[in-house]
Write a protein that binds this ligand. Structure first.
Ligand code: SF4
Length: 384
């Protein structure tokens, strides 16, 4: 018999079935979902439905209460380090895409340059980093990423990666080098949209990407982060599939923490216009509904959002934020000064929160929350 996989679950939860449930949502079902402590997928759909918009205030209050219970008044901080902007895949929404039409400089940091970036960031007090690359395994092989993890481990307590999907043996290599977490967004679970926006390259393989986090989880990676790129497809379906994926990973990768991100697509290359823009009200509905469905999961919010939006969302379920970010390889030291360079180094997307690490820390404290520089100590497990 074919082994059980997440694609079996996706097949069961077709868009037709989800649409049918949305059409049957009424006020009683929304109130039932709000009163329930353990939500079913049908409850989640009730909270994501257009009819739940008048209940947003109640959802926000409950999301705040649940987050306080499970995480206290804490916000974990991390900073991305882009290692390379080379990419052999062609995703229409991304500036790094092989055919994005953007002529800015493509670079891959040398070991010495990675070290310079790490030193610069560690001076700011950062202890958790996320290493990123494009999808270019021939030019930026797993061995390079593995070495980057080893270098970063010399400077930071927690090193995580957001790189191309890979085989289990390669994830094991990264785990062995000290990688704590793997972030990998499906971008969209809608297969038709996925095929349309991923024109070529390895990322075009939908099923290989769909199972990637599970492969990473099998190697003992402690934190798995999933997400969809809000705006690519109809979020009322994608968010339900994301919730199903998170639940599936909770069961199959029970030794890992399953966290979620809510990246909202806003700035795209000229060749692509965001087809399903998600406004702030919808983002609040998504985050609060998901907090009620997944009360224990860490939720991240990156600098894709403005300072104002991020500050507004802190009490509504967010538990982790990036700070002082650059989406350009070498953006902290090596290629920081783009004005003197003839051709600036290409960044992946424009960030909307330009505050320094210190400013983000102050904003978190101003709301009565404590910034957390590192939220896990591996030595604790070893000593048990
Ligand atoms: S999203 Fe990732 S794989 Fe796609 S073009 Fe951008 S960097 Fe490459």
């Amino acid at each position: 018999m074919k082994p059980y996989s997440f694609s079996d679950i996706l097949n069961k939860w077709s868009s037709d079935l989800i649409q049918e449930i949305y059409e049957g949502i009424n006020e009683d079902k929304i109130l039932h979902a709000l009163e329930n402590d353990s939500l079913s997928i049908e409850d989640l759909i009730a909270l994501l439905s257009p009819k739940a918009v008048p209940f947003l205030e109640k959802m926000a209050q409950k999301a705040n209460q649940l987050t306080r219970w499970h995480f206290g008044r804490t916000i974990s901080l991390y900073t991305p380090i882009y290692l390379s902007n080379l990419c052999a895949s062609d995703c229409v929404y991304c500036y790094f895409a092989s055919h994005s039409g953007i002529r800015e400089k493509r670079v891959t940091l040398t070991e010495e340059q990675i070290r310079e970036e790490c030193i610069e960031l560690s001076k700011k007090g950062i202890q958790t980093v996320l290493l990123l690359t494009g999808d270019a395994p021939n030019r930026v092989p797993v061995e390079y990423i593995e070495q980057a993890v080893r270098i970063a481990k010399e400077y930071f307590k927690s090193v995580n990666v957001e790189v191309y999907s890979m085989d289990e043996a390669h994830y094991a290599q990264l785990a062995h080098a000290g990688t704590e977490g793997v972030t990998l967004y499906m971008e969209t679970y809608d297969k038709d949209t996925y095929d349309k926006v991923h024109l070529s390259g390895k990322k075009k393989d939908y099923l290989y990407r769909l199972d990637a986090l599970e492969r990473a989880g099998r190697t003992g990676i402690r934190r798995l982060t999933c997400g969809v790129l809000l705006g690519l497809s109809d979020w009322r379906f994608d968010v339900v599939w994301l919730a199903l994926h998170a639940k599936y990973l909770e069961k199959t990768c029970w030794q890992s923490v399953i966290s979620l991100s809510f990246p909202r697509l806003k700035h795209t290359p000229p060749r692509f216009k965001v087809p399903h823009l998600v406004n702030l009200e919808k983002l609040v509905q998504i985050i609060t509904a998901m907090r009620l469905f997944l009360p224990y999961s860490p939720f991240n919010l990156s600098t894709r959002e403005s300072a104002e939006v991020r500050d507004h969302l802190i009490p509504l379920g967010i538990t982790s934020m990036s700070a002082g970010s650059s989406t350009r390889p070498g953006g902290y030291k090596v290629y920081q000064d783009t004005t003197t360079s003839q051709r600036p180094v290409l960044e992946q997307f424009e960030i909307d929160d330009h505050r320094t690490v210190e400013e983000v820390v102050s904003a978190i404290k101003a709301q009565g929350y404590d910034p957390v520089w590192v939220d896990f100590e591996p030595g604790f497990i070893k000593s048990l």
